[in-house]
Design a protein around this ligand. Structure first.
Ligand SMILES: NC(=O)C1=CN([C@@H]2O[C@H](COP(=O)(O)OP(=O)(O)OC[C@H]3O[C@@H](n4cnc5c(N)ncnc54)[C@H](O)[C@@H]3O)[C@@H](O)[C@H]2O)C=CC1
Ligand SMILES: O=C(O)[C@H]1O[C@H](OP(=O)(O)OP(=O)(O)OC[C@H]2O[C@@H](n3ccc(=O)[nH]c3=O)[C@H](O)[C@@H]2O)[C@H](O)[C@@H](O)[C@@H]1O
Length: 444
């Protein structure tokens, strides 16, 4: 089939490339000329494992191309996917201006019947708004559908080629058959539904995953006070198939371009129909506070932070991405700076993106984890990049001025910590900072 993808962010680019990989002819279009220039030069504007290779092979097969010319791209295809951003407005609602612009652009460029599919995460009712907007601006026939995207950054290619499910919301039978045909090689789990339910499935899924994270983070906070180990608690809960083990990793809270904005947007969607989503409001509140446990633990270990050298390992909101949108590291570093600390920051991939968002004379940008730790009094591990797991804690201690380790992602095991001089703070695991407890753990 001939497909056009509007927007070459994570969703547009990865889905476009994966549809090409399945044998479709795909044009990806973006209004940002610098992204298209990069893609045409063989570069990839985002860091996503496996993506560069797939782009190269599909361009070589002439299955995939990139352009800024939306007229040409819309004219060429049978199915147009809208994959533009839907960031938060200051009040938490989704900003639909990119969606409206894309819909208006499509309407003007149409040259015959088109299927217009929204992949972007949009509030319930948005596809109907898109249908109205397009019908006011074209005389050609068309159908709309909602096919929300569930990929995760860092594993986007495998998530797209082998999704848990595909949701197709449309009220048009022929459109449904075409979209099922397009997606059936990806999974047997194709859920077909009305448009409004499809739109809601996306928000409900992200909100539920965010709820699991805030839930386990609260359990972790209680574990710290009662002397239980949240990693064992999560394991014990996760074997119950009704609960499941995924998304029960306690840490410094969720970040990224989606959970924070989509939870806020769903609270607003509910509010517009006079429903107060109390549970989700608490999920957000818990998440917004969880990251500051890092600061509390630092103060417990070091006292006032003014003039202290604090190393920060990991700036991306999760490993295997260079995305720093709503990364917990942003708030944590701002808080450190506000308290007069010197920050020595390092991330293997996301450092340049982070620095564009937040730079300060009191931040030293390190070339590697060791340089960040040099002469520091504490290391705060905020993103669980695999290279951090391999660090020998005794070698690390040797380059530091004092030995505080705040492990925001529970990367290190008690056996590594017990043999090191660190005053170690994890999330929801038994306190290893006092000698008697260390000896008790060591003796089993
Ligand atoms: N990032 C992710 O992992 C996921 C994102 N989503 C949703 O997918 C949507 C897109 O997200 P991202 O890919 O992260 O967005 P993004 O903001 O990274 O990229 C959107 C792209 O669309 C382009 N664009 C905007 N208006 C345009 C127009 N009228 N014509 C042509 N290009 C235009 C922008 O220049 C930009 O390159 C959002 O609604 C998001 O919530 C859904 C699942 C996963
Ligand atoms: O709508 C979206 O954009 C996407 O949002 C998330 O994907 P993503 O944000 O890429 O990454 P996740 O792996 O979900 O992680 C989100 C955040 O939660 C945190 N997290 C995740 C899992 C966990 O157990 N604990 C935890 O703290 C991560 O560190 C990260 O900060 C969803 O997982 C995707 O299904 C969805 O498509």
């Amino acid at each position: 089939m001939k497909l056009t993808m509007i927007g070459t962010g994570y969703v547009g680019l990865v889905s476009g490339v994966c549809f090409a990989e399945l044998g479709n002819e795909v044009i990806c279009v973006d209004a940002a000329a610098h992204k298209i220039d990069m893609l045409n030069a063989g570069e990839v504007p985002i860091y996503e494992p496996g993506l560069k290779e797939l782009i190269a092979s599909n361009r070589a097969k002439e299955q995939l191309s990139f352009t800024t010319d939306l007229n040409e791209a819309v004219g060429y295809a049978d199915i147009i996917f809208i994959a533009v951003g839907t960031p938060s407005l200051p009040n938490g609602e989704a900003n639909l201006s990119y969606i409206e612009q894309a819909a208006a652009d499509i309407a003007r460029a149409m040259n015959g019947h088109k299927i217009i599919v929204t992949k972007s995460t949009v509030p319930v009712g948005t596809n109907e708004m898109i249908r109205d907007l397009i019908s006011r601006n074209t005389s050609h026939s068309f159908a709309v559908a909602s096919v929300p995207e569930f990929l995760r950054e860092g594993t986007a290619v495998q998530d797209t080629l082998a999704p848990d499910r595909v949701v197709i919301g449309t009220e048009d039978g022929e459109t449904l058959r075409t979209l099922v045909e397009l997606h059936k090689r990806l999974t047997h789990h194709i859920i077909t539904t009305d448009i409004r339910s499809a739109e809601m499935i996306k928000y409900a899924s992200n909100a539920f995953l965010a709820t699991k994270i805030s839930f386990i983070n609260e359990i972790a906070n209680i574990c710290e006070k009662v002397g239980a180990d949240v990693t064992r608690v999560a394991e014990g809960m996760g074997y119950d198939r009704r609960i499941g083990s995924a998304f029960l990793k306690a840490g410094i809270g969720y970040g990224g371009s989606c959970f924070p904005k989509d939870t806020e947007a769903l609270i607003q969607i509910a509010g517009h129909v006079d429903y107060e989503f109390k549970l989700l409001k608490s999920v957000v509140e818990v998440n917004n506070d969880q990251r500051f446990n890092v600061i509390r633990k630092l103060k417990e270990a070091l006292g006032p932070l003014e003039g202290r050298n604090i190393a920060v390992w990991g700036l991306a909101f999760k490993p295997d991405t260079d995305d720093v949108r709503d990364a917990p590291a942003m708030d944590i570093i701002q808080s450190l700076l506000a308290q007069g600390a010197h920050v020595r920051a390092y991330d293997p991939i996301a450092q340049a993106n982070f620095r564009r968002e937040l730079d300060h004379p009191s931040i030293t940008w390190a070339e590697d984890a060791w340089e960040a730790a040099q002469d520091s009094e504490a290391v705060c591990l905020l993103t669980e990049w695999s290279e951090f797991r391999l660090v020998d804690l005794n070698e690390l201690a040797a380059v530091m001025k004092d030995h505080v380790l705040i492990d925001g992602r529970n990367v290190f095991g008690p056996e590594q910590v017990l043999l090191s001089p660190f005053r170690y703070y994890s999330v929801g695991r038994p306190d290893l900072t006092h000698l008697e407890q260390r000896i008790a753990v060591r003796n089993g």
